[in-house]
Design a protein around this ligand. Structure first.
Ligand code: P1T
Length: 400
Protein backbone atom coordinates (compact mmCIF):
# COMPACT_ATOMS: atom_id res chain seq x y z
CA UNK A 1 0.00 0.00 0.00
CA UNK A 2 1.26 3.51 -0.75
CA UNK A 3 1.22 5.89 2.21
CA UNK A 4 2.21 3.12 4.59
CA UNK A 5 2.66 3.83 8.29
CA UNK A 6 6.40 4.27 7.84
CA UNK A 7 5.89 7.32 5.65
CA UNK A 8 5.64 10.91 6.86
CA UNK A 9 2.41 12.69 7.75
CA UNK A 10 1.83 14.63 4.50
CA UNK A 11 2.42 11.51 2.40
CA UNK A 12 0.02 9.44 4.50
CA UNK A 13 -2.61 12.22 4.33
CA UNK A 14 -2.56 11.93 0.53
CA UNK A 15 -2.05 8.19 0.10
CA UNK A 16 -3.00 6.09 3.15
CA UNK A 17 -6.02 3.96 2.25
CA UNK A 18 -6.09 5.61 -1.18
CA UNK A 19 -4.32 3.29 -3.59
CA UNK A 20 -5.35 3.76 -7.24
CA UNK A 21 -8.64 1.98 -7.94
CA UNK A 22 -7.74 -1.51 -9.25
CA UNK A 23 -10.38 -1.86 -12.02
CA UNK A 24 -9.65 1.40 -13.84
CA UNK A 25 -6.49 2.84 -12.36
CA UNK A 26 -8.40 5.95 -11.20
CA UNK A 27 -5.99 7.98 -9.07
CA UNK A 28 -8.71 9.23 -6.75
CA UNK A 29 -10.83 6.94 -4.63
CA UNK A 30 -14.22 6.78 -6.40
CA UNK A 31 -17.37 7.93 -4.67
CA UNK A 32 -19.14 4.59 -4.33
CA UNK A 33 -22.75 5.66 -4.61
CA UNK A 34 -24.43 2.41 -3.69
CA UNK A 35 -26.68 1.33 -0.88
CA UNK A 36 -26.07 -2.39 -1.37
CA UNK A 37 -23.80 -4.99 -3.00
CA UNK A 38 -24.46 -8.09 -5.10
CA UNK A 39 -23.41 -11.53 -3.82
CA UNK A 40 -22.69 -14.64 -5.86
CA UNK A 41 -23.65 -17.14 -3.17
CA UNK A 42 -25.57 -16.95 0.07
CA UNK A 43 -22.82 -18.36 2.25
CA UNK A 44 -20.27 -15.99 0.66
CA UNK A 45 -22.28 -12.82 1.17
CA UNK A 46 -19.74 -11.08 3.38
CA UNK A 47 -16.70 -12.37 1.45
CA UNK A 48 -15.78 -9.08 -0.26
CA UNK A 49 -16.16 -7.10 2.96
CA UNK A 50 -19.18 -5.10 1.74
CA UNK A 51 -22.83 -6.11 2.09
CA UNK A 52 -24.96 -3.07 2.93
CA UNK A 53 -24.38 0.70 2.67
CA UNK A 54 -24.90 1.52 6.34
CA UNK A 55 -22.56 -1.27 7.39
CA UNK A 56 -19.73 -0.39 5.03
CA UNK A 57 -18.74 1.53 1.91
CA UNK A 58 -15.37 1.56 0.10
CA UNK A 59 -15.10 5.38 0.07
CA UNK A 60 -15.69 5.35 3.82
CA UNK A 61 -13.11 2.58 4.26
CA UNK A 62 -10.50 4.74 2.50
CA UNK A 63 -11.18 7.68 4.82
CA UNK A 64 -11.21 5.45 7.92
CA UNK A 65 -7.87 3.92 6.94
CA UNK A 66 -6.32 7.33 6.30
CA UNK A 67 -7.54 8.82 9.59
CA UNK A 68 -6.34 5.79 11.57
CA UNK A 69 -2.91 6.18 9.97
CA UNK A 70 -2.72 9.93 10.73
CA UNK A 71 -3.60 9.32 14.39
CA UNK A 72 -1.07 6.47 14.65
CA UNK A 73 -3.96 4.14 15.37
CA UNK A 74 -4.83 0.68 14.13
CA UNK A 75 -8.55 1.24 13.66
CA UNK A 76 -10.66 4.12 12.35
CA UNK A 77 -14.43 4.53 12.13
CA UNK A 78 -16.29 7.39 10.48
CA UNK A 79 -19.63 8.94 11.36
CA UNK A 80 -22.18 11.40 10.01
CA UNK A 81 -21.07 14.08 12.49
CA UNK A 82 -18.77 14.66 15.44
CA UNK A 83 -21.75 14.17 17.73
CA UNK A 84 -22.56 10.81 16.10
CA UNK A 85 -18.95 9.76 16.79
CA UNK A 86 -19.31 10.92 20.40
CA UNK A 87 -22.63 9.06 20.81
CA UNK A 88 -21.21 5.81 19.42
CA UNK A 89 -18.27 6.09 21.84
CA UNK A 90 -20.53 6.77 24.81
CA UNK A 91 -22.37 3.55 23.99
CA UNK A 92 -19.31 1.76 25.37
CA UNK A 93 -20.81 2.57 28.78
CA UNK A 94 -23.70 1.01 30.71
CA UNK A 95 -26.41 2.51 32.85
CA UNK A 96 -24.92 3.24 36.30
CA UNK A 97 -21.49 4.20 34.97
CA UNK A 98 -19.86 7.51 35.85
CA UNK A 99 -17.76 9.76 33.61
CA UNK A 100 -15.25 12.43 34.58
CA UNK A 101 -15.42 15.11 31.90
CA UNK A 102 -13.61 18.35 31.13
CA UNK A 103 -15.85 21.24 32.17
CA UNK A 104 -14.83 23.25 29.10
CA UNK A 105 -16.07 20.94 26.35
CA UNK A 106 -18.05 21.80 23.22
CA UNK A 107 -21.58 22.82 24.28
CA UNK A 108 -23.11 20.06 22.15
CA UNK A 109 -21.08 17.43 23.98
CA UNK A 110 -22.27 18.82 27.30
CA UNK A 111 -25.86 18.81 25.97
CA UNK A 112 -25.62 15.16 24.87
CA UNK A 113 -24.18 14.14 28.24
CA UNK A 114 -26.53 16.18 30.46
CA UNK A 115 -29.78 16.22 28.49
CA UNK A 116 -29.72 12.80 26.82
CA UNK A 117 -27.34 10.34 28.48
CA UNK A 118 -28.31 11.15 32.07
CA UNK A 119 -31.76 9.82 31.08
CA UNK A 120 -30.11 6.46 30.45
CA UNK A 121 -28.49 6.28 33.88
CA UNK A 122 -25.04 7.73 33.18
CA UNK A 123 -23.67 10.35 35.58
CA UNK A 124 -21.04 13.01 34.95
CA UNK A 125 -18.64 15.10 37.01
CA UNK A 126 -17.15 18.14 35.27
CA UNK A 127 -13.67 19.30 36.22
CA UNK A 128 -11.00 21.76 35.16
CA UNK A 129 -8.71 19.21 33.52
CA UNK A 130 -5.75 21.58 33.34
CA UNK A 131 -4.90 20.33 36.84
CA UNK A 132 -4.50 16.52 36.85
CA UNK A 133 -5.28 16.37 40.58
CA UNK A 134 -8.83 17.60 39.82
CA UNK A 135 -9.33 14.61 37.55
CA UNK A 136 -8.05 12.12 40.07
CA UNK A 137 -10.17 13.58 42.87
CA UNK A 138 -13.36 13.16 40.82
CA UNK A 139 -12.88 9.42 40.20
CA UNK A 140 -15.51 7.26 41.94
CA UNK A 141 -15.81 3.48 42.29
CA UNK A 142 -18.19 3.45 39.28
CA UNK A 143 -16.13 5.77 37.05
CA UNK A 144 -15.57 4.09 33.69
CA UNK A 145 -14.44 6.91 31.42
CA UNK A 146 -12.33 10.08 31.45
CA UNK A 147 -13.52 12.36 28.59
CA UNK A 148 -11.35 15.34 27.73
CA UNK A 149 -10.71 17.87 25.00
CA UNK A 150 -7.28 19.40 24.54
CA UNK A 151 -7.09 22.25 23.62
CA UNK A 152 -10.59 22.83 24.96
CA UNK A 153 -13.47 24.62 23.31
CA UNK A 154 -13.51 27.62 23.77
CA UNK A 155 -10.94 28.38 26.52
CA UNK A 156 -8.03 26.54 24.86
CA UNK A 157 -6.98 24.83 28.09
CA UNK A 158 -4.85 21.71 27.86
CA UNK A 159 -4.98 18.40 29.63
CA UNK A 160 -1.65 16.64 30.19
CA UNK A 161 -2.11 13.55 27.99
CA UNK A 162 0.60 11.49 29.66
CA UNK A 163 -0.72 12.31 33.13
CA UNK A 164 -4.28 11.45 32.04
CA UNK A 165 -3.24 8.04 30.72
CA UNK A 166 -1.32 7.37 33.94
CA UNK A 167 -4.28 8.33 36.13
CA UNK A 168 -6.49 5.91 34.18
CA UNK A 169 -3.95 3.13 34.51
CA UNK A 170 -3.52 3.72 38.23
CA UNK A 171 -7.26 3.52 38.85
CA UNK A 172 -7.96 0.58 36.54
CA UNK A 173 -8.46 -2.85 38.07
CA UNK A 174 -9.08 -6.31 36.67
CA UNK A 175 -12.80 -5.70 37.04
CA UNK A 176 -12.79 -2.13 35.83
CA UNK A 177 -10.87 -0.58 32.95
CA UNK A 178 -10.99 3.20 33.01
CA UNK A 179 -11.19 4.32 29.38
CA UNK A 180 -9.56 7.58 28.35
CA UNK A 181 -11.09 9.54 25.47
CA UNK A 182 -9.64 12.66 23.85
CA UNK A 183 -11.64 14.83 21.50
CA UNK A 184 -8.73 15.94 19.29
CA UNK A 185 -10.76 18.25 17.06
CA UNK A 186 -9.00 21.53 17.92
CA UNK A 187 -5.46 20.20 17.48
CA UNK A 188 -6.09 17.86 14.54
CA UNK A 189 -3.82 14.84 14.06
CA UNK A 190 -1.23 17.13 12.47
CA UNK A 191 -0.45 18.79 15.81
CA UNK A 192 -1.10 16.05 18.33
CA UNK A 193 -1.57 12.27 18.51
CA UNK A 194 -3.13 11.33 21.87
CA UNK A 195 -2.80 7.57 21.25
CA UNK A 196 1.00 8.00 21.39
CA UNK A 197 0.60 9.01 25.06
CA UNK A 198 -1.41 5.92 25.96
CA UNK A 199 -4.89 7.42 25.45
CA UNK A 200 -7.44 4.72 24.50
CA UNK A 201 -9.75 6.53 22.10
CA UNK A 202 -9.51 9.64 19.91
CA UNK A 203 -12.68 11.35 18.71
CA UNK A 204 -12.88 14.00 15.99
CA UNK A 205 -15.39 16.31 14.52
CA UNK A 206 -14.01 15.99 10.98
CA UNK A 207 -16.26 18.94 10.10
CA UNK A 208 -13.43 21.15 11.34
CA UNK A 209 -9.70 21.19 10.42
CA UNK A 210 -9.76 17.67 8.93
CA UNK A 211 -12.38 18.54 6.29
CA UNK A 212 -11.06 22.08 6.32
CA UNK A 213 -13.37 23.79 3.81
CA UNK A 214 -16.65 24.24 5.71
CA UNK A 215 -18.46 22.10 3.16
CA UNK A 216 -19.13 18.82 4.99
CA UNK A 217 -20.13 17.57 8.45
CA UNK A 218 -18.55 14.38 9.84
CA UNK A 219 -16.93 12.61 12.75
CA UNK A 220 -14.42 9.88 13.51
CA UNK A 221 -13.28 7.49 16.25
CA UNK A 222 -9.74 6.09 16.25
CA UNK A 223 -8.25 3.50 18.59
CA UNK A 224 -5.56 0.85 18.98
CA UNK A 225 -7.79 -1.27 21.20
CA UNK A 226 -9.41 -4.04 19.17
CA UNK A 227 -12.17 -4.64 21.69
CA UNK A 228 -13.12 -0.94 21.71
CA UNK A 229 -13.01 -0.93 17.91
CA UNK A 230 -15.30 -3.95 17.62
CA UNK A 231 -17.80 -2.43 20.04
CA UNK A 232 -17.84 1.03 18.43
CA UNK A 233 -18.08 -0.58 14.99
CA UNK A 234 -21.06 -2.56 16.23
CA UNK A 235 -22.67 0.71 17.42
CA UNK A 236 -21.81 2.43 14.13
CA UNK A 237 -23.93 -0.14 12.33
CA UNK A 238 -26.57 -0.70 15.02
CA UNK A 239 -27.29 2.98 15.71
CA UNK A 240 -26.62 3.99 12.13
CA UNK A 241 -25.07 7.46 12.28
CA UNK A 242 -22.90 6.74 9.26
CA UNK A 243 -21.63 9.23 6.66
CA UNK A 244 -22.59 9.07 3.00
CA UNK A 245 -19.93 8.34 0.38
CA UNK A 246 -19.87 11.94 -0.94
CA UNK A 247 -19.27 13.24 2.59
CA UNK A 248 -16.38 10.80 2.96
CA UNK A 249 -14.95 11.89 -0.38
CA UNK A 250 -15.12 15.60 0.50
CA UNK A 251 -13.54 14.96 3.90
CA UNK A 252 -10.74 12.94 2.31
CA UNK A 253 -10.15 15.62 -0.30
CA UNK A 254 -9.78 18.21 2.47
CA UNK A 255 -7.60 15.91 4.54
CA UNK A 256 -4.97 15.70 1.78
CA UNK A 257 -3.90 19.30 2.49
CA UNK A 258 -4.21 19.19 6.30
CA UNK A 259 -0.46 19.66 6.87
CA UNK A 260 -0.03 22.80 4.79
CA UNK A 261 -3.33 24.24 5.97
CA UNK A 262 -2.41 23.76 9.63
CA UNK A 263 0.92 25.51 9.06
CA UNK A 264 -0.85 28.45 7.44
CA UNK A 265 -3.57 28.59 10.15
CA UNK A 266 -0.93 28.66 12.85
CA UNK A 267 1.24 31.31 11.18
CA UNK A 268 -1.74 33.68 11.02
CA UNK A 269 -3.11 32.76 14.45
CA UNK A 270 0.21 33.33 16.22
CA UNK A 271 0.50 36.88 14.81
CA UNK A 272 -3.13 37.68 15.57
CA UNK A 273 -2.77 36.42 19.15
CA UNK A 274 0.26 38.68 19.67
CA UNK A 275 -1.55 41.65 18.16
CA UNK A 276 -4.64 41.13 20.33
CA UNK A 277 -2.53 40.79 23.46
CA UNK A 278 -1.15 44.27 22.90
CA UNK A 279 -4.51 45.90 22.13
CA UNK A 280 -6.02 48.25 24.74
CA UNK A 281 -9.61 47.05 24.12
CA UNK A 282 -8.66 43.43 24.88
CA UNK A 283 -8.67 42.14 28.44
CA UNK A 284 -7.13 38.72 27.88
CA UNK A 285 -5.97 36.46 25.06
CA UNK A 286 -5.97 32.67 25.25
CA UNK A 287 -3.65 30.96 22.77
CA UNK A 288 -1.38 28.01 23.69
CA UNK A 289 1.45 29.56 21.65
CA UNK A 290 1.63 32.69 23.81
CA UNK A 291 4.11 32.72 26.67
CA UNK A 292 1.28 34.14 28.82
CA UNK A 293 -0.77 30.93 28.34
CA UNK A 294 -0.59 29.11 31.71
CA UNK A 295 0.17 25.82 29.94
CA UNK A 296 2.52 27.08 27.24
CA UNK A 297 5.26 24.67 28.35
CA UNK A 298 2.90 21.68 28.24
CA UNK A 299 1.74 22.76 24.78
CA UNK A 300 5.36 22.76 23.59
CA UNK A 301 5.81 19.30 25.04
CA UNK A 302 2.76 17.44 23.76
CA UNK A 303 1.81 19.39 20.62
CA UNK A 304 3.79 19.93 17.44
CA UNK A 305 2.36 23.45 17.08
CA UNK A 306 -0.30 25.65 18.64
CA UNK A 307 -3.09 25.64 16.08
CA UNK A 308 -5.44 28.11 14.49
CA UNK A 309 -7.86 28.90 17.31
CA UNK A 310 -7.56 32.12 19.32
CA UNK A 311 -9.95 33.16 22.09
CA UNK A 312 -10.02 36.65 23.61
CA UNK A 313 -12.06 38.73 26.01
CA UNK A 314 -13.19 42.18 24.90
CA UNK A 315 -13.13 44.73 27.73
CA UNK A 316 -16.61 45.96 28.62
CA UNK A 317 -18.50 42.67 28.21
CA UNK A 318 -21.26 41.78 25.78
CA UNK A 319 -21.94 45.31 24.48
CA UNK A 320 -18.38 45.80 23.30
CA UNK A 321 -18.04 42.22 22.06
CA UNK A 322 -21.15 42.84 19.92
CA UNK A 323 -19.60 46.01 18.50
CA UNK A 324 -16.45 44.16 17.48
CA UNK A 325 -18.33 41.16 16.07
CA UNK A 326 -20.64 43.44 14.13
CA UNK A 327 -17.77 45.33 12.51
CA UNK A 328 -15.53 42.64 11.02
CA UNK A 329 -15.83 41.89 7.32
CA UNK A 330 -13.53 38.89 6.85
CA UNK A 331 -14.14 37.25 10.24
CA UNK A 332 -17.77 36.34 9.67
CA UNK A 333 -20.01 35.46 12.60
CA UNK A 334 -20.67 31.73 12.35
CA UNK A 335 -20.54 28.51 14.37
CA UNK A 336 -17.89 25.95 13.51
CA UNK A 337 -14.16 26.28 12.95
CA UNK A 338 -11.20 24.88 11.10
CA UNK A 339 -12.13 25.96 7.56
CA UNK A 340 -9.89 27.94 5.23
CA UNK A 341 -12.04 31.03 5.86
CA UNK A 342 -11.84 32.98 9.12
CA UNK A 343 -14.81 32.70 11.45
CA UNK A 344 -15.81 34.43 14.65
CA UNK A 345 -18.04 32.90 17.30
CA UNK A 346 -19.60 34.15 20.51
CA UNK A 347 -19.52 30.97 22.64
CA UNK A 348 -21.88 32.17 25.39
CA UNK A 349 -24.73 32.69 22.89
CA UNK A 350 -23.78 30.32 20.08
CA UNK A 351 -21.73 27.13 20.56
CA UNK A 352 -22.24 26.90 24.32
CA UNK A 353 -25.78 28.26 24.59
CA UNK A 354 -26.78 24.86 26.05
CA UNK A 355 -24.65 25.50 29.16
CA UNK A 356 -26.61 27.44 31.81
CA UNK A 357 -25.33 31.04 32.32
CA UNK A 358 -24.23 30.52 35.94
CA UNK A 359 -22.23 27.44 34.99
CA UNK A 360 -20.75 29.17 31.96
CA UNK A 361 -19.52 32.06 34.02
CA UNK A 362 -18.17 29.82 36.76
CA UNK A 363 -16.16 28.04 34.07
CA UNK A 364 -14.75 31.31 32.74
CA UNK A 365 -16.51 31.88 29.46
CA UNK A 366 -17.87 35.29 30.13
CA UNK A 367 -20.06 37.43 27.88
CA UNK A 368 -17.09 39.38 26.46
CA UNK A 369 -15.45 36.17 25.20
CA UNK A 370 -14.96 35.90 21.46
CA UNK A 371 -13.53 32.84 19.68
CA UNK A 372 -11.64 33.17 16.42
CA UNK A 373 -11.05 30.39 13.96
CA UNK A 374 -8.21 32.00 12.06
CA UNK A 375 -8.32 31.09 8.39
CA UNK A 376 -5.58 31.02 5.79
CA UNK A 377 -6.35 34.33 4.07
CA UNK A 378 -3.59 36.96 3.79
CA UNK A 379 -2.47 37.98 7.27
CA UNK A 380 -2.40 41.67 6.43
CA UNK A 381 -6.07 41.62 5.46
CA UNK A 382 -7.04 39.69 8.59
CA UNK A 383 -5.13 42.11 10.83
CA UNK A 384 -6.67 45.08 9.09
CA UNK A 385 -10.13 43.61 9.64
CA UNK A 386 -9.55 43.10 13.37
CA UNK A 387 -7.89 46.51 13.86
CA UNK A 388 -10.88 48.29 12.31
CA UNK A 389 -13.35 46.19 14.32
CA UNK A 390 -11.58 46.81 17.64
CA UNK A 391 -11.43 50.53 16.88
CA UNK A 392 -15.25 50.58 17.18
CA UNK A 393 -14.74 50.28 20.94
CA UNK A 394 -13.85 53.97 20.82
CA UNK A 395 -13.41 54.68 24.51
CA UNK A 396 -10.69 52.00 24.72
CA UNK A 397 -8.93 52.61 21.44
CA UNK A 398 -6.91 55.82 21.45
CA UNK A 399 -7.12 57.74 18.15
CA UNK A 400 -3.82 57.78 16.24
O1 P1T B 1 -20.63 19.51 14.71
P1 P1T B 1 -20.17 18.09 14.80
O2 P1T B 1 -19.42 17.63 13.60
O3 P1T B 1 -21.25 17.15 15.22
O4 P1T B 1 -19.06 18.06 15.96
C1 P1T B 1 -19.32 18.29 17.30
C2 P1T B 1 -18.08 18.78 18.00
C3 P1T B 1 -17.34 17.88 18.74
N1 P1T B 1 -16.21 18.25 19.37
C4 P1T B 1 -15.75 19.51 19.29
C5 P1T B 1 -14.49 19.88 20.02
C6 P1T B 1 -16.44 20.47 18.56
O5 P1T B 1 -15.95 21.71 18.50
C7 P1T B 1 -17.65 20.10 17.90
C8 P1T B 1 -18.45 21.08 17.12
N2 P1T B 1 -18.17 22.42 17.41
C9 P1T B 1 -18.73 23.50 16.84
C10 P1T B 1 -19.73 23.43 15.94
C11 P1T B 1 -18.22 24.79 17.30
O6 P1T B 1 -18.46 25.83 16.64
O7 P1T B 1 -17.55 24.82 18.33
Amino acid sequence: MTGSDKMKFSTRAIHAGQDPEPNTGAVNVPVFFTSTYVHEELDQYKAKGYWYGRSNNPTRTALETCLASLENGKFGLCFASGMAATSATMNLLQSGDHVVCEEDVYGGTYRLFEKVLTRYGLTFTYVDGSKPENIEKAIKPNTKMLWFETPTNPLLRLVDLKALAEIAKKHSTKERKLLTVIDNTFASPYLQNPLDYGIDVVVHSTTKFIGGHSDVVGGAVITNDEQVYEQVKFHQNAIGGTPGPMDCYLTMRGLKTLAIRMQAHEKNAAEIAKFLESHPAVERVLYPGLKSHPQHELAKKQMRGFGGMVTFVVKGGLDNAKKVMGATKLFVLAESLGGVESLMTHPAVMTHGAVPKAEREARGFVDGLVRLSVGIEDLEDLMDDLKKALATVKELTPAK
